[in-house]
Design a protein around this ligand. Structure first.
Ligand SMILES: [Ca+2]
Length: 473
């Protein structure tokens, strides 16, 4: 991998940032503890140690590699295809050198689906199951993941007799209220972050760890990066870090100027409300800058043994969504603007470099893909289908359909959708049905059910309805 060169490609004015980070980079290579800048009070827990696995050998940096790779899963909040470089949708793109380089060194998926909102997507990834099985279909208070679910962290822990260490850093948002001990109770070794669904202010937010919640006044995108660096660099065994930023979720705002490339934007509310898009782009760029800092803060040996997966949890929200998406077909909806998300996979074990992959994949597939990447067995009775062989050039049967679902207080939004990549069927809970020819109508404007269907369209509809009935049994 060439991730250590990430900053070389930045705009010229980013070079001072590289210089500023050099001491940090060298400090990490020297195995000393990562300073926490503004957040010295954030991380207090010493990582626990498990009995050493005899198969694991320490590398030159002290991190144990053994036969298992590390996995860094980065989840962005409310990020569709339209602001993302590399996807031919949307007009104004964020400048994202880190994610672009990850894509250049790995695989960018072009037909990846999430669910239309935060909680159901996160629950699907954690459990490898569709929401109608787990009961987590929406973002309301009653959409809690059941403690009895076997989440991916628990599966990795048990399959390796405790060798894998896991953390969830950042947004949890799959259990409501103040049951702050739930991540650890379900098998996560370390939780630190934003327990609820969002913040009112990126500079003032509620931080939870060790079952306790305090108020933090640091910029949250930077703080979560510090927490991830701190935890990863303290590990002595193979690790799985789930890093869930709340960026670029609202409130739209002007991030610190050294984190973005949008220039001198006014920071007053009226200016932001009048034209929020550049602020949204700046927030995505801040995310990218911090991911770059995170990767630069890891040793080369650790990076070489780490799989990196980046994904959006749902589409771009209305207010900042770009054409051809429209505000009624953005985040929260079953249309492509709600469920079509970026997915980039790079790093350890990914032999394909700089390639696009058109295979259908959905959020549930990450569960068994993570297990496959670690050389572990797929878990049975899940909806998750590993796409790991694809990353090494192997052709796999894969899934023949993408599926997404949502429950909302707005009845005309609740329902499910299924697609074979060419046609798409949506069934709303109020009985309304829609059917689109994506090849000729990617904006989903022309509901084919309002006219007579060709025989081929009828066959496609029958196949999608049959498949939906099969999986929803
Ligand atoms: Ca979200």
């Amino acid at each position: 991998m060439r991730i250590s060169l990430l900053f070389i490609d930045r705009k010229s004015f980013a070079f001072p940032l590289l210089l500023a980070l050099l001491p940090l980079i060298f400090t990490q290579c020297g195995k000393t503890t990562q300073p926490l800048s503004e957040n010295e009070d954030i991380l207090t827990e010493e990582p626990a140690t498990n009995p050493a696995d005899p198969d694991n050998q320490e590398d030159q940096d002290g991190q144990t590699t053994g036969d298992y790779p590390n996995i860094l899963f980065i989840l962005a909040d409310d990020l569709g295809l339209d602001p993302m470089p590399g996807y031919p949708i949307g007009g104004q793109k964020a400048f994202l050198p880190t994610l672009t380089q990850l894509a250049n060194e790995g695989v960018r998926f072009t037909q990846a689906w999430s669910n239309p909102a935060c909680t159901p997507t996160r629950a699907s990834i954690l459990t490898g199951k569709y929401g109608f099985r787990t009961g987590v279909l929406g973002v309301e208070q009653d959409n809690n993941i059941r403690p009895s679910e076997r989440i991916i962290q628990q599966a990795m822990r048990e399959q390796t007799d405790g060798v894998y260490r896991s953390s969830v850093i950042g947004k949890w948002h799959v259990t409501a209220g103040d049951a702050f001990e739930v991540p650890e109770a379900m098998g996560v070794d370390h939780y630190a972050g934003l327990f609820s669904g969002g913040v009112n202010d990126y500079h003032r937010w509620r931080f939870t760890t060790n079952g306790m919640t305090t108020t933090q006044n640091s910029y949250i995108t930077t703080a979560l990066t510090d927490l991830a660096l701190e935890w990863i660099n303290a590990q002595e065994q193979p690790w799985f870090c789930w890093l869930a930023y709340n960026a670029p979720h609202s409130p739209f705002h002007l991030p610190p100027n050294d984190l973005h490339y949008q220039g001198n934007l006014a920071s007053d509310e009226a200016s932001i409300d009048q034209n929020p898009l550049p602020y949204y782009l700046a927030m995505i760029e801040s995310l990218d800058t911090e991911i770059g800092r995170l990767l630069s803060g890891l040793s080369s040996a650790t990076l070489e043994n780490t799989l990196i997966v980046f994904m959006g949890d749902n589409g771009t929200p209305n207010g900042v969504v770009q054409s051809p998406y429209v505000s009624t077909k953005a985040k929260g909806s079953l249309y492509h603007g709600g469920v079509h998300v970026p997915l980039i996979v790079s790093g350890y074990g990914v032999e394909r470099q700089g390639e696009e992959e058109e295979a259908l994949v959905t959020a549930v597939d990450l569960y068994n893909t993570f297990l496959a990447a670690a050389g572990l067995s797929p878990e049975d009775n899940l909806d998750s289908q590993s796409f790991w062989p694809l990353l090494n050039g192997a052709s796999i049967g894969g899934r023949t359909f993408n599926y997404a679902e949502i429950a909302s207080n707005r009845a005309n939004r609740s329902g499910y959708t299924i697609s074979d990549g060419h046609h798409k069927y949506i069934r709303f809970n109020n009985g309304t049905e829609e059917f689109f020819d994506l090849d000729n109508d990617p904006s989903e404007d022309n509901n084919l059910l309002e006219q007579s269907l060709s025989s081929s369209a009828q066959n496609a509809l029958n196949a999608l309805q049959s498949k939906a009935a099969e999986i929803r049994q």
